[in-house]
Design a binder for this molecule. Structure first.
Ligand code: UD1
Ligand code: UDP
Length: 411
């Protein structure tokens, strides 16, 4: 009998990060029968991803409400995903990440006694309210999960520390890198996109995104004021800010930044346009999880607009820095990278620590082996290995200075 899989997605990052998993499952159609459940937690921001990858949801649940609360959203996802499970009777439900769709679908599957495969498992900030509610969502999902697809060795170690047995964890790399690689080589013009009006002069582009619930209000306001300061301080930059559809984000951003010279607010960009902007920009300011993972592929330094991150690999590798949400801090750190070519260079070198483009294959192979009751779920040498940590980089002049001082000391 074929292994029946439900893949659940509901928000923009879940669509981007599951697109190639769904493709890989459908390519093995002799072994898998796959149904896609779209909860509709986001109604518009992911449609272009589904269209681009020709993914037509088998169940479209339409749970989104304007300015939805977490409790009502959770209740709607629980109810509707349970219904889809009863109709399709899957052997496994695949969920991705830490959204309410991922968490509530995991709970719904558990109540139906259907095993869950959790993609992007094991990320931890160790602070329940930061990010909120994602830290709780993913921790609860881990308790109810059968197979944990940890993107990196660090996320595997987080799960081991919580008592998850090693046999149920597979280190896969992050599936976002699969999607990014599939798209990033495609030619793309900004004509007929929301970026078309941005003057093609020699300005350096600073890409900004933000949407986290814990930053709404004062933090978000401070960030907007910092962006205004930055364009005043640096006449050669333009800020490009695709604004998330959450009305709480839009009210603040529009009130403070609309009609500001050299700050370009746009609607959310379709993924291929966004990736093209990521390639072309000079640096990134973001609180997005996915963008923190993507930017190192193009050597773009990331200043993380948060107090902490559950994705510390890029900052450990020197390719990202957590700078918080104070107006002064954002202006200082961004100005430093805009003014100091060496500091910039240091942050723009190295391999992407989050994935190698083969995560989806690993996930599908592990699910096939799980269904066939084979162990291990994936041989150790087939799992994702983090590229070795680069040696601390020193500039040539530093070496010369060190050598000169050392020689002077000896004399
Ligand atoms: C959600 C996830 C967050 C993820 C983010 C990715 C939760 C609790 N939050 O946050 O983890 O990082 O998505 O973007 O799961 N809206 C629209 N159209 C859309 C999408 C959103 O109008 O296509 C508006 C609606 O008014 C909606 C509001 O945005 O009520 C908030 O959406 P919601 O999914 O609850 O939270 P996000 O901030 O998008
Ligand atoms: N993204 C996009 N268009 C945009 C902004 C982001 O396609 O205008 C993509 C981005 O490349 C990344 C994903 O959306 O893959 C991240 O989504 P988001 O920041 O909403 O969520 P998070 O990753 O923080 O959960």
């Amino acid at each position: 009998m074929k292994c029946r899989i439900i893949a659940v997605l509901g928000t923009r990052p879940e669509a981007i990060k599951q697109a190639l998993v769904i493709h890989a499952l459908r390519q093995r159609s002799q072994e898998f029968e796959t149904a896609v459940v779209h909860t509709g937690q986001h109604r518009t921001m992911l449609d272009h991803v589904l269209q681009f990858f020709k993914i037509k949801p088998d169940f479209d649940l339409d749970v989104m409400r304007p300015n939805q609360t977490l409790n009502s959203l959770t209740a709607r996802v629980l109810d509707t995903v349970e219904n889809a499970c009863h109709r399709f009777e899957p052997h496994m439900v695949l969920v991705q990440g830490d959204t309410t769709t991922a968490f509530a679908s995991t709970l719904a599957a558990y109540y139906c006694k259907i095993p869950v495969g959790h993609i992007e498992a094991g990320l931890r900030s160790h602070d329940l309210y930061n990010p909120f509610p994602e830290e709780a969502n993913r921790r609860i999902a881990s308790v109810l999960t059968e197979i944990h697809f940890a993107p990196t060795a660090l996320s595997r170690d987080n799960l081991l520390a919580e008592g998850v047995s090693a046999e149920r964890i597979v280190v896969t790399g992050n599936t976002v890198i699969d999607t990014l690689r599939a798209l990033s080589s495609l030619p793309h013009s900004w004509e007929n996109t929301p970026l078309a009006g941005i003057p093609d002069d020699s300005s350096r582009l600073v890409l900004v995104t933000s949407h986290r619930r814990e930053s709404l209000g004062t933090d978000q306001e401070n960030m907007c004021l910092a962006l205004k300061d930055l364009v005043k301080l640096h006449p050669d930059i333009r800020i490009v800010y695709p604004v998330h559809l959450n009305p709480n984000v839009r009210t603040t951003v529009n009130a403070l930044l609309q009609n500001t010279n050299r700050i370009h607010l746009t609607e959310p960009l379709d993924y291929i346009t966004f990736v093209s902007l990521l390639r072309r920009c000079f640096l990134v300011l973001t609180d997005s999880g996915g963008i923190q993972e993507e930017a190192p592929t193009f050597g773009k330094p990331v200043l993380v607009l948060r107090k902490l991150t559950e994705r510390p690999e890029a900052s450990q590798f020197g390719m990202a820095k957590i700078i918080g949400m104070s107006r002064e801090g954002i202006v200082r750190e961004t100005s430093h990278l805009l003014n100091d070519a060496n500091a910039y260079q240091d942050m723009s070198e190295g391999d992407n620590p989050y994935g190698d483009g083969h995560s989806s294959e690993r996930i599908v192979e592990a699910v096939a082996r799980w269904y066939a009751k084979k162990t291990p779920l994936l041989e150790a040498d087939k799992q994702f290995k983090l590229a070795p940590r680069p040696q601390p980089r020193r500039r040539k002049t530093d070496y010369e200075e060190i050598a000169r001082k050392a020689a002077a000391g000896k004399e």
